[in-house]
Design a protein around this ligand. Structure first.
Ligand SMILES: Nc1ncnc2c1ncn2[C@@H]1O[C@H](COP(=O)(O)OP(=O)(O)OP(=O)(O)O)[C@@H](O)[C@H]1O
Ligand SMILES: [Mg+2]
Length: 280
């Protein structure tokens, strides 16, 4: 594996012009050491060690089946819900030992939100989609609930589109609106880390761009880890990138570094082949 552990954020310049996303300093937030994931005893991801930086956007890229979703799922223990899944190694989120058996999963998932490829709002009203997690985590006061719901819908740019129909079914929204509602549902709990598994890939290009802009606005506030097959998107928004590859059906981390550098000057021939479109 080639990890060019960055020590500071270097603005990327092309032809003398600074390009790429705004700088984000490499301060470790999620520290992953020797992580492996297996299903029914078959290891699908092995020996992954990397730091994910606070407030930055990190893209996970690599071909289908190399373990990106498995990796994300291990970070907030969604793997616990998969029969036969086992996770080994260490995941530390600002001092919280994620994989420790006694870790409080409700508290963990409050700190680490997850967004999936296919928008999955609850089959309830728009309002209830946001009220439910808040109530589950102890907010009962009606005025406070209403305030938080309005604020988070504004944050994801949905307020103007839905403020007159908060009690309508969430499933009647467009795909892009549903995905923004799902992001709002995660954000309303004020997580510190947001895991996003191909959040734009089921959306049309315009909705995808709207969600992408929303993700960019989270930079600096939240630590975002995003799986994407859209390399142009990774290049536009990600500060750092991790490239996974699979050898004999076992996924491994091949390279990690500043995103644009990993694209333009990869250290590994595998990364080079993948980002150039020659493999994967
Ligand atoms: N619940 C499961 N039970 C058994 N095997 C699984 C399970 N989930 C994933 N796998 C296997 O683990 C490997 C990694 O899958 P994973 O979904 O993590 O890959 P991925 O990189 O996210 O792929 P994609 O880009 O297609 O989403 C694959 O071989 C897959 O078949
Ligand atoms: Mg996946």
């Amino acid at each position: 594996m080639t990890v060019k552990t960055p020590t500071s954020c270097r603005p990327y310049t092309l032809g003398g012009v600074t390009s790429g996303p705004p700088c984000c300093e490499p301060v470790p937030h999620v520290r992953i050491a020797d992580l492996s994931v297996a299903y029914g005893g078959n290891t699908v991801l092995d020996g992954v060690s990397l730091d994910i930086y606070k407030g930055c956007i990190t893209a996970l890229i690599g071909p289908s089946g190399c373990g990106k979703t498995s990796f994300l799922s291990a970070l907030n223990r969604l793997t616990d819900l998969i029969p036969g899944a086992t996770v080994k190694g260490k995941v530390d989120i600002a001092g919280l030992d994620v994989l420790h058996p006694q870790t409080d999963l409700l508290a963990l998932r409050r700190r680490v939100g997850m967004i999936f490829q296919k928008p999955n709002p609850f089959p309830l009203s728009i309002r209830r989609n946001l009220e439910l997690p808040l109530r589950e985590h102890g907010t009962r006061n009606r005025a406070l609930l209403a305030d938080k719901i309005e604020a988070v819908l504004k944050e994801v740019g949905l307020w103007d589109e839905v403020s007159d129909r908060l009690d309508s079914p969430a499933l009647a929204l467009s795909g892009g609106q549903q995905q923004r509602l799902c992001i709002a549902r995660a954000l309303v709990l004020e997580p510190e880390v947001l895991l996003m598994d191909e959040p734009c890939s089921a959306l049309d290009p315009i909705s995808s761009r709207v969600v992408e802009e929303l993700i960019e606005r989270l930079r600096g506030r939240l630590t975002v880890v995003i799986v994407t097959h859209n390399l142009a998107q990774a290049r536009r928004i990600a500060n750092y990138a991790a490239f996974f590859w699979m050898t004999e059906r076992v996924g491994k981390l091949v390279e990690f570094g500043q995103c644009i550098e990993l694209f333009d000057a990869p250290q590994s021939v595998l990364t080079q082949a993948y980002v150039s479109g020659a493999a994967g």
